[in-house]
Write a protein that binds this ligand. Structure first.
Ligand code: GL2
Length: 870
């Protein structure tokens, strides 16, 4: 272990260079002061962990200086703000990002060196802030970086979970889940705000529209300053922690009831205890709704409180505030803003509604039905009775407003619009008697056809699986209660208009928009891939691309330049060596560097089809074994890396993890294969592992069933780092293909439009590729052990009588294999491969989150940049 800090204590002279010629003595002195007086470590035996804390605390002061100036300036200028409401923010580590965004890398790099460390190694000491599941949460983090970088007045609002995303370990090749205890060493990047607290109520009763909650907790703020890149702006992420109103029941304690003495505290703390470890699956837990309401209510109360400090007319709220609801998780905001405006501020319903709709906007991130939250009316009514009442009223006003239209539609379609009891044959528009008017209708009893039609639009609907059980459809509430609904990639925004929101789109076409996702080029290129960043800057003659990513276009002219290609490859090789070392350290597998690094990292999901990838890996394995030693020399060696977490209750996803490790166990030690194929599952995939993996990748897999992946964002990160993509025409892959030329991507699989038909036809599917059959048989026969365990995975793609292959794994296998063959062939031509790699980076500017945020700001929020004076 590193023990001794290299401290020849600075002399009284603060500036002017230290004995070993390093520039900034005052920075070094400040770090030592933090070490001694805040961390409380003795410089002579400080550990790297202590040194990290000291450096972070020193950097924090620089950050807070700008943060305070920005926030003060914004308060004075009083511009319109955006508030990004999100249950997830997957921030990752902060030290490196903060130092670089603030331009302090020279100063701190040198000071840290002078203390006997490297910034890179101290960075490793930081805990990951993993307050998110996957793409959706990381998108929120990229957006905050861009909001600050573009000088937009804006804050994020979320929950300060005590335990973030679970840590994943492997136990005999199976996923094991451990709690993420990330706050043990404190968090130098946050500021506790014990003076900013709001009361949040739950349960209770409503009498004459007045809510008396039966329980209350306190939401306390923690601010996390967000530095913009190369600007004086430092934005904010305000996270809420739940606390009890009464910390401790001394009377209970004195009666010897020790548990009861802390019951209230424990119950309150549960609310902000854990991030739900699910991705696109809805658990239906009351606690989850509690969490959602908790952070939404605190955030809106906070915004209203600040607004009222300098404004007296709530009608002006929409010109000063915009809430962006990140998926359905914060959409209770519609009812909560209504409640606060009506019950607390005394506005009338119509006034409150006009303000609410103008102040809210909604992003949909998925069409997976299980992720579109629907809360049982019973649960909502019990936990939030006043909100339930408000939602009921919204629903009935909304449906009333549609009556005329629905009536007209029915008449146009020649259907009766009267309840059956009163139904008479009615002339339709073409003058013929309407169908089904007579006896048939009478049998159906009094169902009013208009009411029946209106159920399609219902915010409150009946559970199709459980008769009589009513649900609140949160996505519908959001569409009706906000001014804008957007999807996250072009294809996705089209799909939602044709499917889940079809009826709403017909009524409000102007509300629907697309905002294709983006990622920050700071974290995802400039900082995670310093070698490539330096090469790009040299070629372009400027580092302005870090903020103006469209300048990456300038790389196109180097794509065919042999000398540049060689340098480009050299950077990739360095990055591959870095990943090789991480693989060795984490899972003990030796992988070659002169092999194609083929990566699939993302949450484990059937729709993302890691399984399809594995089937092709098994085929590759069998193929290599079937070759003669001479023929094997021609095989392109591959290192196939998987990473990703399976939701704890997701049975099939857990099996996929085991399949990867089980195949790896066989392949990696097979002497016939040697270095020609390695299969690696890297456990605990998270932001900082991604920062090492992505720069090293040569091929990345984005192979979801078309129409299922709303956008994907890692595809953009890989593209930025010059990694070629094998993928389906799904999510943002479609737009990436447009930017770089479809011919430069390995595209396969059916189109989204064909998926519903193929799913219908799949029961009769017989057209198995013989390679598919052979691979499946090997799993079924137990070549990789765990025969029984894998049996239902095998059935899921092969037993069509059970109505399976929902994700079209069998269906897309053959074209996937063709695409894989193209990959191998092209890798043999390194010049062409590298040319394409450069074109990927050159075409990635569009996928900067700066572009996305600029569009949100102009087209949804109407928020304008306000940079504080430097
Ligand atoms: C997701 C989508 O699945 C993913 O395709 C998209 O890129 C992100 C960000 O828009 O949102 N939706 C979702 O519920 N999760 C996602 O990652 N968890």
């Amino acid at each position: 272990p590193r023990a001794v800090l290299n401290i020849d204590k600075p002399t009284s002279k603060k500036v002017g260079g230290s004995a070993n010629g390093l520039a900034d003595d005052s920075t070094k002195a400040d770090i030592i002061k933090k070490l001694e007086y805040t961390v409380g470590a003795s410089p002579s035996d400080a550990k790297a962990k202590d040194a990290y804390q000291a450096v972070a605390l020193s950097v924090r002061e620089q950050l807070l200086d700008k943060f305070n100036k920005t926030q003060e300036y914004w308060k004075k200028q009083d511009p319109k703000f955006v508030y990004y409401l999100s249950a997830e923010f997957l921030m990752g580590r902060s030290l490196w990002n903060t130092v670089y965004n603030l331009g302090l890398e020279g100063k701190y790099g040198q000071a840290v060196n002078a203390l006997g460390y490297k910034l890179e190694e101290l960075r490793e000491q930081e805990q990951n802030a993993a307050l998110g599941n996957g793409g959706l949460g990381r998108l929120a983090a990229c957006f905050l970086d861009s909001i600050a970088t573009l000088d937009l007045p804006g804050w994020g609002y979320g929950i300060r979970y005590k335990y973030g995303m679970f840590k994943q370990a492997l136990k005999d090749g199976f996923q094991d889940e451990l709690p993420d205890i990330w706050l043990t060493n404190g968090n130098p990047w946050e500021i506790a705000r014990p003076n900013i607290q709001y009361r949040i109520g739950f349960y209770g009763s409503v009498d004459n529209h007045k809510w008396s909650p039966a329980e209350q907790v306190i939401a306390q703020a923690y601010d996390n300053p967000i530095p913009g890149y190369n600007t004086s702006t430092v934005g904010n992420l305000r996270l809420w922690e739940a606390k009890p109103v009464n910390e401790f029941a001394l009377d209970k304690f004195n009666e010897g009831k020790y548990d009861e003495a802390v019951t209230e505290r424990r119950k309150a703390e549960d609310i902000s205890a854990v991030l739900y470890p699910n991705d696109a699956t809805e658990y239906g837990k009351e606690l989850r709704l509690k969490q959602q309401f908790f952070f939404v209510s605190a955030s809106i109360q906070d915004v209203l409180a600040r607004f009222k400090e300098s404004h007296s007319n709530l009608k002006d709220l929409p010109s000063k505030a915009m809430f962006q609801m990140n998926d359905t998780h914060p959409t209770i905001a519609v009812a909560e803003l209504m409640r606060l405006l009506i019950d607390q501020e005394g506005l009338g319903w119509d006034e409150a509604w006009a303000i609410t709709v103008k102040t809210l906007a909604f992003t949909n991130h998925t069409v997976m039905p299980e992720a579109l939250e629907k809360w049982p009316v019973k649960v909502m009514g019990k936990l939030l009775p006043r909100h339930m009442e408000i939602i009921d009223k919204i629903d009935s006003i909304w449906k009333d407003s549609l009556k005329e239209k629905v009536l007209g539609n029915l008449e146009k379609a020649g259907k009766s619009a009267k309840p059956a009891a009163a139904a008479k044959p009615k002339a339709s528009t073409d003058g013929k008697p309407a169908k089904k008017a007579g006896a048939e209708v009478e049998e159906e009893e009094e169902e009013d056809p208009v009411e029946k039609e209106l159920t399609r639009y219902g915010i409150i609907t009946e559970n199709p699986w459980e008769k009589g059980v009513k649900l609140v459809n949160m996505a519908f509430l959001a569409v009706v209660g906000s001014s804008s609904t957007n999807g996250v990639a072009h294809i996705h925004s089209e799909i939602i208009k044709e499917t889940i929101f079809k009826d709403f789109y017909e009524i409000y076409p102007e509300k629907f928009q697309n905002k294709t996702n983006g990622v920050t080029p700071r974290r995802w290129l400039a900082y995670c891939n310093p070698g490539l960043a330096a090469l790009i800057t040299k070629a372009l003659g400027t580092d302005a691309w870090i903020k103006e990513a469209h300048l990456l276009e300038g790389l196109r002219k180097f794509a065919g330049d042999k000398d540049f290609q060689a340098k480009w490859r050299a950077v990739k090789l360095d990055n591959k060596k870095r990943l090789k070392a991480v693989i060795k350290a984490r899972v003990g597998i030796d992988v070659p560097v002169n092999a194609l690094y083929d990566i699939q990292i993302k949450r484990i999901h059937e729709y993302k089809r890691q399984y399809l990838n594995m089937l092709s890996v098994i085929h590759r394995y069998h193929h290599i074994k079937s070759l003669s030693p001479a023929e094997r020399k021609k095989v392109v060696p591959r290192v196939v890396v998987f990473g990703g977490k399976a939701a704890s209750a997701y049975y099939m996803a857990k099996k996929i993890v085991k399949l990867v490790t089980a195949v790896g166990d066989v392949v990696n030690k097979d002497p016939d294969v040697g270095d020609l194929l390695k299969v690696v599952f890297l456990p605990d995939y998270n932001v900082d592992l991604a920062e090492v993996i992505i720069p090293a990748a040569e091929l990345s897999q984005h192979i979801s069933t078309a129409g299922t992946e709303a956008s994907g964002t890692s595809n953009m990160k890989f593209q930025m780092n010059g990694c070629l993509i094998i993928g389906t025409m799904d999510g943002a892959n479609v737009e990436i293909a447009e930017e770089i030329g479809k011919e430069n991507m390995f595209v396969f699989g059916v189109d989204a439009d064909d998926v519903p038909r193929l799913r219908e036809e799949r029961k009769n599917f017989k057209d198995y590729d013989p390679r598919f059959t052979a691979v499946l048989k090997s799993i079924a026969d137990g070549e990789f052990g765990n025969k029984e365990y894998f049996a239902d995975m095998v059935a899921s793609v092969s037993d069509m009588t059970k109505g399976n292959d929902w994700f079209l794994v069998a269906n897309d296998f053959a074209t996937y294999m063709d695409a894989q063959e193209e990959v191998d062939a092209l890798y043999g031509d390194q010049d062409e491969w590298t040319r394409r790699s450069i074109l990927y980076t050159a075409g990635s500017g569009f996928f900067s989150s700066d572009r996305t945020i600029d569009q949100y700001a102009k087209e949804i929020w109407n928020v304008k940049p306000v940079a504080p004076p430097a």
